[in-house]
Design a protein around this ligand. Structure first.
Ligand code: AMP
Length: 138
């Protein structure tokens, strides 16, 4: 499969679709997952047209990890989770559903999560309020 410029994250990166942005720098953007697994679930997205880990350059991969670390600390302070899951999927068989590389950061609150994705759209005002809470700790 080749990179599809019309995927939803490409549209968010071009400003054609909205998102609840938490953080942005030259190489990455972080926004709230619209169907969160838990309160505070964010996605770290490189500003590079790569579908998966096989396509993303090492340079951008490093930038994703740097941003993931920055956000993990901010989330720990802002949301006080008892744990934090960092993961990403490559290819449909692995569970990838949006074909622009991204890293999930999923807070866990006093108990194990055993699901890969959320199933319900969260209220926009709740996503925005959590986004601001995390952003304040960066
Ligand atoms: P993956 O299965 O790793 O490709 O995950 C894609 C994630 O993107 C899922 O957790 C979706 O809930 C999330 N998602 C899909 N569309 C949007 C959107 N417009 N804004 C924010 N998150 C989205």
């Amino acid at each position: 499969m080749s990179y599809d410029n019309e995927n939803i994250f490409a549209k968010i990166l071009r400003g054609e679709m909205p998102c609840h942005k938490v953080y942005e720098n030259e190489s990455t953007i972080v926004f709230m997952d619209i169907m969160p697994v838990s309160d505070g679930h964010v996605l770290v997205v490189p500003k590079s047209p790569a579908e998966n880990i096989f396509d993303l350059s090492e340079e951008y991969l490093k930038e994703v990890i740097k941003t993931t670390k920055l956000l993990s600390h901010a989330m720990k302070k802002a949301l006080r989770p008892s744990g934090l899951i960092v993961k990403q999927f490559n290819g449909p068989d692995a569970g990838q559903t949006v074909f622009h590389y991204h890293m999930h950061i999923i807070p866990v609150y006093n108990g194990a999560l055993n699901t890969n994705h959320g199933y319900e759209m969260e209220k926009p005002e709740k996503l925005e309020s959590i986004a601001q809470k995390i952003a304040a700790e960066i």
